[in-house]
Design a protein around this ligand. Structure first.
Ligand code: NAD
Length: 500
């Protein structure tokens, strides 16, 4: 498919794609593919006011009926899967299969949320007072602001939006300024769903804000936005947390990762090899769950690392829309410079670099194609504590599992982690309280590619938020404790008696 065919299939009109001031480039060849009109902060405030009005109506629509809205959204996404998947690839540069995979995750979370809409269960609680009933109920929270990053332009919106919508919260989305087209295309799909759904869908149930970080700040500043779910870098998360804490608003933060794999002496090395390559170079190293640190037992180091270096040398790097490509481009030239800088620092810290550097420079204009790099490090030095958003895999040796777990936990981030081992004592230790400190800990599977059924998120600088499956829905609702006195007495707390 050509770039113009992908844009034509996106449903976005010529008028929408041109005439504005926000230039959108495709990482495929670096060329400009659109110039979008940006919203002003004043318009953002108006849209938030509309979303709040929508909340007042949507919160009274029964949850299973709200689930029907999300079911229709899932159906539309099924129909649009190829067109939207290709637009994801064009706009953010991940390979087409991954573009399709992102849309599939949207469909999956819609299915999950439809079931959830009939299961927003509360509790009944035993009261200590005679003739009293206690319960806990869950109510819609308010407008949910969703801020997203360039590397997953659509799926994280849906992990949030599908839950928020069944929970009774309208959604207002601030996508990355690097990937606004996919957000506009999704909003068009939502507009169609609203039409199908009828009057129960209030105006402004889902909206998109096109522009830069000032629009994200407009969301965090506005008390009518009850909840912000923000996906992106740690500095962005710190800024959002600080702004939200000023008004004590609720946040779900999904920030940077620095994910590790421990390869133990008993590991199945064939499986480990495939898992390493997939999770370290997939999406050109631009996933929050990308494998960045490989901690290998000294007994298997020589059997594994040279094979890995060889596998890297044969990776199909190229146009992400072309069949057979496994590594597409980085998002832009800044990302390429950051990668180069990290490799220079790694060398200065004693690392031996295999690979790295620009690939396909001549045939792809301003695009940033790179050779993924493996860096053998003498120990876990300063650069390894930092998330460089590029395909760099640092490799270190370990002697004891305790030492490996200490190394794995010694970085500021805490998103995803894994161990390759067939020794149950080792794997259980890794999953125990004394094991990995991450939000995701896997055994014999890499750190990336989480399923929507589990809660997704991580600890420490990753922000502590959870979205997607399990009971993450509770983050989008307010909890209420109810006590009902059905007796003819009024027993007061703490045995206090008022004689009136
Ligand atoms: P980024 O932080 O530069 O931007 C993310 C979004 O935040 C953009 O929409 C941006 O406009 C907005 N933003 C920036 N500053 C803001 C502020 N002060 N207030 C409100 N909004 C603001 O991130 P990026 O470069 O697009 O994405 C890469 C980063 O995202 C990596 O660190 C990656 O690990 C992380 N990420 C995390 C997850 C996760 O689930 N943990 C998923 C994907 C990406």
């Amino acid at each position: 498919m050509s770039h113009s065919e992908i844009l034509a299939a996106s449903g976005l009109t010529e008028a929408e794609l041109t005439g504005g001031t926000l230039a959108v480039h495709t990482p495929v060849d670096g060329s400009e593919i659109a110039r979008l009109a940006m919203h002003s902060v004043a318009e953002a405030d108006e849209m938030i006011a509309t979303a709040h009005e929508a909340f007042l109506q949507w919160r009274t629509v029964p949850a299973p009926r709200r689930g029907e809205f999300v079911r229709l959204l899932g159906e539309e996404l099924r129909r649009e899967k190829e067109a939207l998947g290709a637009l994801v690839t064009l706009e953010c540069g991940k390979i087409y299969q991954e573009g399709l995979g992102e849309v599939q995750e949207m469909i999956d979370i819609c299915d999950f949320a439809v079931g959830l809409s009939r299961q927003l269960y509360g509790l009944t609680i035993a009261s200590e007072r005679p003739g009293h009933a206690m319960r806990e109920t869950w109510h819609p929270m308010g407008v949910c602001g969703v801020i997203t990053a360039f590397n997953f332009p659509v799926a994280p919106w849906c992990w949030n939006a599908a839950l928020a919508l069944v929970c009774g919260d309208p959604v207002i989305w601030k996508p990355s300024e690097k990937t606004p087209l996919t957000a506009l295309a999704v909003q068009k799909i939502c507009d169609r769903v609203c039409e199908q759904f009828g009057d129960d869908a209030p105006k402004g149930l889902t909206q998109v804000l096109i522009g830069e970080r000032d629009l994200g700040e407009a969301l965090t500043a506005n008390p009518k936005v009850a909840l912000i779910s923000a996906t992106g870098s740690v500095p962005m998360g710190r800024a959002v947390a600080a702004d939200m804490s000023k008004r004590l608003g609720r946040t779900i933060l999904e920030l940077g990762g620095n994910n590790a794999m421990i390869v133990a002496p008993s590991a199945d090395l064939e499986m480990a090899l495939r898992a390493i390559v997939f999770s370290a170079v997939g999406t050109a190293g631009q996933r929050c769950t990308t494998l960045r640190r490989l901690i290998v037992h000294e007994d298997v180091y020589d059997a594994l690392v040279p094979r890995l270096v060889k596998a890297y040398a044969g990776l199909p790097i190229g146009d992400p829309l072309a069949e057979g490509t496994l590594v597409g481009p980085l998002i832009d030239q800044d990302a390429l410079s950051a990668m180069d800088k990290a490799l220079v620092q790694a060398q200065a810290e004693g690392g031996t670099v295999h690979g790295g550097g620009q690939a396909l420079a001549e045939s792809h204009g301003a695009a940033a194609y790179v050779n993924p790099a493996i860096v053998e490090m003498p120990g876990q030095s300063a650069i390894m504590h930092h998330e460089t958003f590029a395909p760099i895999l640092y490799v270190v040796k370990y002697q004891s599992l305790e030492q490996a777990i200490d190394m794995q936990n010694a970085v500021p981030q805490g998103l995803s982690s894994c161990i390759f081992s067939t020794d149950v004592r080792e794997t259980e230790l890794f999953l125990s309280a004394a094991g990995s400190d991450c939000g995701i800990a896997n055994v014999n599977i890499g750190p990336s590619g989480a399923e929507i059924g589990g809660a997704f998120g991580g600890e420490k600088e990753t922000g502590g938020g959870r979205e997607s499956g399990s009971d993450a829905w509770k983050g989008y609702m307010r909890r209420q404790t109810n006590t009902v006195n059905y007796s003819r007495e009024l027993p007061l707390a703490q045995g206090i008696k008022f004689d009136i």
